[in-house]
Design a protein around this ligand. Sequence first.
Ligand SMILES: NC(=O)c1ccc[n+]([C@@H]2O[C@H](COP(=O)([O-])OP(=O)(O)OC[C@H]3O[C@@H](n4cnc5c(N)ncnc54)[C@H](O)[C@@H]3O)[C@@H](O)[C@H]2O)c1
Ligand SMILES: [Fe+2]
Length: 381
Amino acid sequence: MKSFDIKTKIFFGDNALDRLSEIPYKRVLVITDPFIAKGPMISMITNPLKKAGIEFDIFFDVVPDAPVEKIIVGVKKFLEYQPEAIVAVGGGSAIDSSKSIREFSLKISHYADVGLIAIPTTSGTGSEVTSFAVVNDTQAQIKYPLVAESLTPDEAILDAELVKSVPPSITADTGMDVLTHAMEAYVSTNHNEFSAALSEKAVEICGVFLLRAYLDGNDTHARQKMHVASCLAGLSFNSASLGLNHGMAHQLGAQFHIPHGRANAMLLPHIIEFNTGINMGSRSQKEYHPCVKRYSTLAHILGLSSYNKVMSVRSLVNWIEFMLKEMKIPTRISEIGTITVDEYMSKVSVMADAALADGCTPTNPREVTKEDVMKIYQQLW
Ligand SMILES: NC(=O)c1ccc[n+]([C@@H]2O[C@H](COP(=O)([O-])OP(=O)(O)OC[C@H]3O[C@@H](n4cnc5c(N)ncnc54)[C@H](O)[C@@H]3O)[C@@H](O)[C@H]2O)c1
Ligand SMILES: [Fe+2]
């Protein structure tokens, strides 16, 4: 038996932030990062709260990739302030930190339920609607996805005004995260008709609007579309889960601090080639893995379909490589410039072990061995 539900109520469209003056809470803790807390954007959050007479405090100690030690500081703040709800404002790092802070605070205190309102300021993770929170154990150098229904936000507010300030490189990285979520969920062993419909729409939007949002951050229409696509892809993988791409990307983030979306983007062509068994050097096969058909459907949605499915998958890989080049995302680790070959290669084995143990990997369409994972990491150099 399968089931599908959307736990999070989603507010979107023009003036979506007005919802903040209607929320059913009197005392909230805003959790965000220093860039947002100290910039002009924070007033877009605090003004409606003030207007509605809602008391608030701001915890702005969020840093990228939700390290466990910062979550502990957040839990202390939460227990001191005792809010009725958390308002998480920021990219995936702020939203995942907020999810974890609420979860751990409720576990160690005898407190009734506490609301969580997620307000993304990047169009990327879809974390505003998922039961995932990725945390970073900085000592063990491993990023873990925590997965629990109780992590899912109660409300999400999608207001594209908040993403206009995202610079091109972060628009590129986070936009490729959206595309990776949609594609991995689409071919996941857990895919279903509901998740597929959400992925197809998200891929279609990325095909038309990601480059537009990258080239002109003030293109409101493109920003709005990508903001919705991010949420659609989040809903999709919340149901279908992800795959090896994310399992491997988490390790590149933990070991080398490569931004999450960038790591996914760099891996995506390699993972499609691995999953389908189609690469530049491969010869025709009698039978292809069933995921070839699913990837070729995505190629069709992007207007890339060819006279046969294998060629369509090739076109898909070429298009992704084109997107990376257009958006100045490195295609190889060596292009990043700050990581030496010895440093990188010395971590390949440990990253492969962690990728195989990652919670995202089991739903990859093709079974994978440590040797396979090591080979993909090596190719990425
Ligand atoms: N929970 C999930 O379902 C899920 C899914 C995918 C990824 N993740 C996790 O989310 C994290 C990545 O999130 P992210 O890609 O959104 O990046 P992020 O939250 O780490 O933010 C990246 C940078 O963008 C800046 N930023 C955010 N909003 C901005 C704005 N409006 N204008 C200008 N700058 C802005 C931040 O200050 C930060 O410096 C990773 O830890 C990743 O593992 C979680
Ligand atoms: Fe992601």
